[in-house]
Write a protein that binds this ligand. Structure first.
Ligand SMILES: Nc1ncnc2c1ncn2[C@@H]1O[C@H](COP(=O)(O)OP(=O)(O)OP(=O)(O)O)[C@@H](O)[C@H]1O
Ligand SMILES: [Mg+2]
Length: 590
């Protein structure tokens, strides 16, 4: 017996009605919701998914363009849920929502994926050095490690398939050596005495979470090298965040930054119905960019899931689940994974379209009533899990949201906001004034500030307090700035004006960051801490300016000096000298 999911009895049916990609099929046999069906068109079998069953009729959503489907077209039900194939070799690949490897497809069939062609994401020929860690007689459970191989720089664990329950006693193990993924590497007997064979590949259904081990609260920050995030609105490994923003405000640029610089092991990018050009740009860029944490090229730790534009909405929905399932697989190996989705609004639109075709009762803005629970279920698949031998693995999830007209009151943004741990809201006001990254500190928040403060307490004891104080000062400064627009500078007390100047300094020299400068694009945490402490000295200082203009000049000068310091390498003499100069300027000001 091989280790695959038990299949329900074979069932077949015929198309009785069709609306676009949604087919109504009269069937005989036993089928279930979510099962994969194959629609026979000429000699092609188009993949589809059962999305509703009523009596002897099923509604089936085809992942492909459906021309050629007629009344009476044969549909076969596979008994299998939509699954991801998991094993060594997934890293560095670019797959679509059904996990077809796009590079291989391109070699095989040119740039466009023909209908009905499905390919495995794993290279069947490639050999992997397999090192067994079990012995005959060992008793194992799902998720236990059979052996390991090295994938890029990671120890890839070959595990007992997660779809199996109960205890398995190892009866045979292969010698260490180089094998392809389909090689049987171990055999085991279950409690009923049946024999099972394990290869380096397993399959997981994508729509529900797969987890072995206990979920524990996040305790470690996820460094991003972006000051406004790491300091002011921090993220944690295993946590969640969203970045809604109006059209063109910088959501994709932000996601690309995070995929490049976040201090995690693996990044999975789900380009969900976004422009093809953006993915092409990543593909061009990533193999040449160096991961600042490891010195390896970025593509080595990255998987990109994207939809070819020819694929209909059902595939768009599956891409987000496909990405999540691969993330869960690597989390089980004790790795920290970041899953980024751009944009979840496109996914929600797919849900809306499918729901419309199903003639379901629509909720707000015609989204289905279950929109909020789907979004919540997706983000809930994030988290830290504790594994054997004190190891942990995590999935951090970040979704871009693109609300129409930049209005955050709409259902997708609202549903997302109620489940995430950090909200990085981009605003038109910030992007129009070119204050990049356009994360608006006036509307953003993070629930992880105290957690990060605790983690950093061995290095600096009042981090969280400083961050909260800076946040309050910033908000006060913004308020004063707004009032000043009405009453003018002269109508504002000098003390208030100084608060405004401090807030502007903080914004200009710290929260804003130049994505195109070699030094400034990525600001390591150590450097952030150093600069933040310096700025806090400025925030705490009671400056005594006789006039507004005296204050303004002093702060403009200070801002420019610090801004320039951001462009200097931290280990340079110039950087040190500037640091000392600023310290002196602040200390000796009367
Ligand atoms: N951090 C940044 N630094 C400099 N320029 C930026 C930055 N972020 C965004 N931009 C500018 O804004 C443009 C649009 O950004 P981006 O494509 O990320 O927006 P978006 O919010 O994803 O848009 P859409 O809603 O269309 O998906 C970029 O091409 C770039 O010129
Ligand atoms: Mg975008």
């Amino acid at each position: 017996m091989s280790a695959t999911i038990t299949t329900s009895p074979h069932a077949t049916g015929h198309v009785v009605r069709a609306f676009g990609n949604l087919l109504q099929v009269r069937y005989t046999g036993d089928i279930r919701q979510g099962e994969v069906a194959e629609v026979h068109v000429d000699d092609l079998k188009l993949k589809a998914e059962v999305i509703e069953i009523v009596g002897d009729e099923a509604k089936v959503q085809v992942y492909e363009e459906t021309s050629g489907v007629k009344l009476g077209t044969l549909v076969e039900f596979t008994g299998l849920l939509l699954e991801a194939e998991l094993g060594p070799g997934l890293l560095s690949t670019v797959v679509d929502g059904l996990q077809n490897p796009l590079e291989e497809v391109a070699k095989e069939a040119g740039l466009f994926l023909p209908r009905g062609l499905y390919m495995s994401p794993l290279d069947r020929e490639r050999r992997w050095e397999f090192e067994p860690v079990v012995q005959v007689g060992d008793k194992l459970r799902r998720g236990d490690t059979l052996g390991t191989t090295v994938e890029n720089r990671f120890q890839h664990k070959i595990m007992v398939p997660f779809t199996l329950y109960g205890r398995y006693t190892i009866t045979w193990v292969i010698e260490p050596g180089s094998y392809n993924v389909d090689t049987v590497v171990a055999k085991a007997e279950d409690e009923e005495g049946r024999e099972w064979e394990f290869t380096m590949v397993q399959k997981w259904p994508v729509k529900s979470g797969m987890i072995e081990g206990e979920k524990v609260p996040p305790t470690k920050m996820m460094e991003t090298g972006m000051r406004i995030i790491d300091t002011q609105f921090p993220l944690m490994k295993g946590g969640t965040f969203c970045s809604p923003g109006p059209f063109g405000a910088g959501k994709t640029v932000l996601q690309h930054h995070l995929s490049k610089y976040s201090a995690v092991d693996i990044v999975i990018v789900v380009a969900c119905g976004e422009r093809a050009g953006e993915v092409v740009e990543m593909l061009r860029e990533f193999p040449h960019l160096i991961d600042p944490h490891t010195g390896d090229t970025l593509m080595k730790r990255t998987i990109i899931v994207c939809n070819t534009s020819s694929m209909p909405v059902a595939a768009r929905e599956s891409s987000i689940y496909m990405g999540m399932t691969m993330a869960e697989y690597y989390r089980q190996m004790g790795l920290d994974v970041l899953l980024l989705a751009d944009s979840t609004s496109r996914w929600a639109q797919a849900l809306r379209e499918i729901s419309g075709r199903l003639e379901e009762i629509p909720g707000e803005e015609a989204f289905p009533a279950y929109l909020a629970s789907r979004i919540a279920m997706f983000y809930e698949r994030s988290g830290v899990i504790s594994l054997k031998e004190g190891q942990t693995g995590s999935i951090t999830v970040g979704g871009a949201v693109s609300p129409a007209g930049g209005n955050f009151e709409e259902p997708v943004t609202q549903a997302t906001l109620s489940v995430v741990g950090s909200f990085l809201g981009l605003s038109r006001e910030r992007s129009d004034s070119r204050r990049y990254p356009a994360i608006d500190p006036g509307i953003s928040w993070s629930k992880y500030t105290l957690g990060v403060g605790k983690e950093l307490s061995h290095r600096i004891d009042d981090w969280a307090e400083m961050v909260i104080k800076a946040d309050l000062m910033l908000r006060e400064g913004i308020e004063i700035g707004k009032r000043m627009e009405v009453v003018g500078e002269e109508g504002t007390a000098v003390e208030d004006f100084v608060i405004h100047l401090k807030a502007e300094l903080y914004d200009f020299t710290y929260l804003q960051q130049n994505a195109f400068d070699e030094q400034d694009a990525y600001c390591p945490l150590e450097r952030q801490i150093e600069l933040f402490i310096l700025l806090n000295r400025i925030f705490d200082k009671k400056f005594k300016f006789r006039t507004h203009s005296e204050g303004r000049e002093y702060f403009i000068n200070l801002s420019n000096i610090i801004k320039n310091m951001n462009y200097l390498p931290r280990d340079s003499r110039e950087y040190r000298e500037t640091m000392t100069k600023v310290e002196e300027m602040v200390k000796h000001h009367e």
